[in-house]
Design a protein around this ligand. Structure first.
Ligand code: SAM
Length: 277
């Protein structure tokens, strides 16, 4: 039984890093005419109202997307991200926030495909409603790790797999590594983007080391607006990108510095971008 609902967390600081990385990777794939496939293994509800009772209860957008209100954004990716969100809103303050499937549907071309998977029945229903007019989408309601294995290689032989688990079960961490290993064996050239939370610094480092021992060519991107703890709440989050575009690291350095300033909570935040070996 899944209890995590992304409607409580949409538009938080972690969504910013994840969705900026997603936009960058999709635009990279858009540079070539050849069609590709986007597979979202943990798709969520697709679209969120930041004034809903769920979102209002946690008010996480206040330390996330709402920090961008009235700011002079410099990095072109931040400008693009804000423009994309403003297409969905009629007021300058963001009320409606796109989840990863909606962002992808706005950026993919008519020849590309979206495979969207969400296990939670309520969120799956919402996702279905959000995507109902998009004929490029195929929806699934399966276990993400099983579905990933069955879906690769993607028939286009070009694609992005976003893996964004809620990690509400401890086993999810081991499952991510196992599923990625199996998928990478079948589809070694795909781009894989995996989101992770930083809750306990020690556990995060241990898990990333394990993953890097099993999988090659990973770029780690991390942003922590809060100081490390040994396991009390999320102090930051990161993305692991397997087979990253060679431009990603250099393009993201100034973006991370800007993000760090925009999302600062008291003490200066910390960011990191590094190729893992
Ligand atoms: C962080 S949310 C996804 C947010 C979404 N990717 C976005 O960026 O808008 C994680 C989602 O994974 C779903 N989920 C958790 N475990 C799953 C599993 N084993 N298989 C499929 N979905 C799962 C949860 O119901 C939740 O909606």
């Amino acid at each position: 039984m899944l209890s995590y609902r992304h409607s409580y967390h949409a538009g938080n600081f972690a969504d910013l890093l994840k969705h900026l990385t997603l936009i960058y990777l999709l635009e990279y794939l858009n540079k070539k005419d050849k069609p590709y496939c986007y597979l979202d293994t943990h798709a969520g509800a697709g679209f969120y109202d930041l004034k809903s009772t769920h979102a209002s209860k946690t008010a996480e957008a206040e330390e996330g997307i709402w920090r961008l209100n009235d700011q002079q954004l410099k990095h072109p990716l931040l400008v693009q991200y804000r423009e994309l969100i403003s297409q969905l809103n009629t007021t300058p303050t963001t009320r409606y926030y796109p989840g990863s499937p909606k962002i992808a549907s706005l950026l993919l071309r008519s020849t590309d495909r979206l495979l969207l998977n969400e296990l939670h029945s309520k969120d799956h229903e919402s996702l279905k409603a959000v995507m109902q007019n998009d004929r490029r989408c195929k929806l699934f309601q399966e276990d993400a790790f099983t579905l990933l294995k069955a879906s690769v290689p993607l028939k286009e032989r070009r694609g992005l797999i976003l893996m964004d688990p809620s990690y509400e079960k401890k086993e999810d961490y081991a499952q991510v590594i196992k599923a990625l290993e199996a998928a990478h064996k079948r589809f070694a050239t795909g781009i894989y983007a995996i989101w992770y939370p930083v809750i306990s610094r020690q556990d995060t480092e241990r898990w990333i080391n394990q993953l890097a021992q099993k999988l090659p060519n990973i770029l780690r991107i991390e942003h922590c607006p809060l100081p490390d703890t040994s396991g009390f709440g999320m102090s930051g989050s990161g993305m692991l990108v397997i087979n990253p575009p060679y431009t990603l690291q250099d393009d993201f350095k100034p973006l991370l510095s800007e993000l760090e300033e925009l999302l600062r909570q008291g003490t200066p935040g910390k960011t990191k971008i590094q190729q893992l070996t």
